[in-house]
Ligand binder design. Structure first.
Ligand code: MG
Length: 228
């Protein structure tokens, strides 16, 4: 049916979101069937999402098994980086769009191994606004904030932080060189979501990665138990 060209934009937006949510629910059901948990990893460009993933893959060494979807507006640079760590990866190029949508993830799921007790990480397009509106069918949302970005991110982007179950602070090895108030970020994130889990990490020094990887392992195990 052709769209009414005079239909208000707000209505169209709601329709897009409703369609997205339908597919997201199907993705969620499919992941549950396979006993796989999914993490929607978000954060600004340069917040260290890919670097965190690389360090995570090196530490997990296949336990749990991790499959990766990379979202990028233009290139497959990040998928190439991930492939070097021997994880199955599908690159989604959004041709400039600022977020991933559930149908793109549904397509990628066709091409990835999903195993019981496995973990799927979806690295979203670097952006702190758009991705928060689009459910992809994930189990948990995680948002990365690097210490080089400034400590007012939760204040400025409340929608993103309200829906995130996990906050990963990255690049903590640079703390001595930047003005970044860890307590302030933590307090603002907790004000928006009292249940948020917070990890302070550095992929360079390794700080916080043991706790982060242990949490991912427990998350993957929880899906395996549910499936059993
Ligand atoms: Mg990246």
């Amino acid at each position: 049916m052709p769209q009414n060209e005079h239909e208000p934009i707000a209505v169209l937006e709601r329709k897009v979101l409703a369609k997205n949510d339908e597919v997201a629910a199907r993705n969620r059901a499919r992941l549950a069937e396979h006993g796989t948990v999914a993490l929607n990893l978000m954060g600004a460009p340069g917040s260290g999402k890919t670097r965190l993933l690389e360090a995570t893959l090196d530490r997990l060494k296949g336990r749990p098994a991790v499959s990766i979807i990379e979202g990028d507006p233009q290139t497959d640079n990040d998928a190439r980086r991930i492939a070097r760590h021997r994880a199955p990866v599908v690159q989604l190029v959004t041709s400039g769009a600022c977020h991933l949508e559930a149908p793109q993830v549904a397509e990628a799921l066709e091409r990835l191994p999903l195993s019981p007790g496995g973990l799927l990480v979806i690295e979203n397009v670097g952006n702190l606004v758009c991705p928060s509106s689009f459910d992809l069918g994930e189990t948990v949302r995680a948002v990365c904030v690097s210490v080089t970005e400034g400590d007012d991110k939760p204040e400025k982007y409340p929608a993103m932080f309200r829906k995130a179950g996990v906050l990963v602070i990255t690049k903590t090895d640079l703390l001595p060189h930047v003005e970044f108030d860890l307590d302030k970020v933590t307090a603002h994130a907790r004000a928006l979501n009292p249940d948020v889990r917070i990890f302070a990490t550095s992929a360079t020094s390794g700080q916080g990665l043991v706790a982060w990887c242990a949490w991912l392992g427990a998350l993957a195990d929880s899906a395996r138990r549910e499936e059993a």
